[in-house]
Design a protein around this ligand. Structure first.
Ligand code: FMN
Length: 399
């Protein structure tokens, strides 16, 4: 099946430096429509009915999040667009920001209308500094065109830390603090940025909003699987001939993405969802890409048969240990201990009991870590033990 471009429909088509080119493609029509024809409640209901789920990794239903913030009292509320894109192997948000900043701005303004916020923030990955000017210029053009009269959008540059993409650490970072995840509850929709009701959405999630408003929830609902509606943008890299950004209807088989589009050969395994994602062996190449199975933020890294699974898992864990914010013990200590054990296996000096140690540590971290980093850090270890156990067992030198 060919790609289906909803999120990416303007990328490479409009000129991201000139709003007129976006207006020719129905740009800002959805914003005008909600302001003139819909109540905030109708907007959140439409998004709820569409079944749109967050594209930043967790897959939380977007409309439910918006409804929660809308129902909170007070007129000081915030919309945050998460453009931190720190997940390993993910570069889809950068492509979107480079190609169509206007639709993102329109979507943030729609979100502001829906929940009753007057201020929006774009939290931009530190390494995407080169996009600051393009985005600021797009915001200025939208303001000059009269689309941001009662709503302001500020850009905040990220702190260069993976954890600052996690929504609660991100809010700490905007507040000028060191980014560390927060205890929940309260959830951001109740007490988020500066203690006020806040919604945080990924770039790609927001990019779907104007099209849902213009075409209706039912149009969106028809695409995808039962619990995964619409399309997903994937960043494909690794051992492939055509790395890049691809948008497919949710539920499409992994094979279509990596073999038919990205032209991968001799595949050993695929890491889906980045450092905290899952590892699938080649035999699972027909797995549908959906929230029900495997998805994350859409990072797809392909490894061919020349790769060593333990090398990959070890490097992944080194990254997570480095990026753990250190606030909770299971994540801070667990990732470090896992690095030590994996290093021994990598050198061919593992102990039999350490396989069990990895499994026990994984369960503790998944159950007791404070945020998604620690909870999902063991994924690669667990999957590699499930599908490539012989790689560990062949490097055992004692009990
Ligand atoms: C360690 C960690 C890093 C994250 N990094 C990002 C990120 O870079 N971009 C993003 O959109 N979400 C990231 N998330 C997910 C956010 O916490 C949050 O779920 C998301 O921004 C919500 O938006 P969505 O519902 O539109 O997906 C991260 C989560 C964790 C645990």
């Amino acid at each position: 099946m060919p790609q289906q471009r909803i999120v990416l429909r303007n990328c490479g088509v409009i000129d991201p430096r000139h709003i007129a080119t976006c207006l020719e493609k129905d740009g800002f029509k959805a914003l005008v429509k909600v302001r003139q024809e819909m109540t905030p409640e109708e907007v959140t209901n439409e998004i709820k009915a569409s079944g749109l789920r967050g594209r930043g990794g967790a897959g939380f239903p977007c409309g439910i999040k918006w409804e929660g913030a809308r129902k909170e009292p007070g007129d000081e509320k915030y919309v945050i667009c998460n453009a931190d894109e720190g997940e390993v192997g993910t570069f889809k948000d950068r492509y979107i920001l480079e190609g169509d900043p206007f639709t993102l701005i329109e979507a943030i303004a729609i979100a502001g209308y829906a929940i009753g916020a007057k201020t929006g923030y774009i939290y931009l990955r530190a390494e995407y500094h080169h996009l600051f000017e393009l985005l600021q210029d797009a915001i200025n053009q939208a303001r000059q065109s009269g689309f941001l009269d009662n709503f302001s959008i500020d850009i905040r540059e990220g702190a260069g830390a993976y954890i600052c993409g996690e929504e609660s650490a991100l809010m700490d970072s905007i507040e000028g603090k060191r980014g560390e995840c927060r205890y929940r509850p309260p959830f951001p929709t109740t007490a988020g940025l500066w203690g006020k009701p806040t919604i945080i959405n990924n770039v790609e999630t927001l990019m779907n909003i104007p099209q849902i408003i213009l075409n209706g929830a039912d149009w969106f609902n028809q695409m995808g699987t039962e619990r995964s509606k619409g399309t997903k943008v994937f960043s494909v890299s690794g051992d492939v001939s055509k790395p890049g950004v691809y948008e497919l209807v949710l539920g499409s088989p992994l094979r279509e993405l990596v073999e038919e589009l990205a032209l991968a050969k001799n595949i050993k395994m695929i890491q889906i969802g980045g450092a905290t994602g899952k590892i699938l062996p080649y035999k699972m190449i027909d797995t549908p890409l959906a929230f029900e199975t495997v998805l994350g933020a859409g990072a797809v890294i392909v490894f061919d048969k020349s790769r060593d699974v333990i090398d990959i898992v070890h490097r992944t864990m080194e990254f997570l240990a480095e990026e753990s914010c250190g606030k909770c013990t299971p994540c801070r200590q667990g990732t470090e201990v896992m690095v030590e054990i994996l290093e021994r296996f990598y050198r061919g000096e593992g102990l039999k009991k350490e396989i069990k140690d990895l499994e026990d540590l994984s369960s503790v971290m998944m159950l007791t870590s404070l945020c998604g980093l620690g909870q999902a850090a063991p994924n690669a270890v667990m999957d590699s033990l499930q599908y490539f156990r012989e790689a560990y067992e062949s490097r055992v030198v004692g009990n």
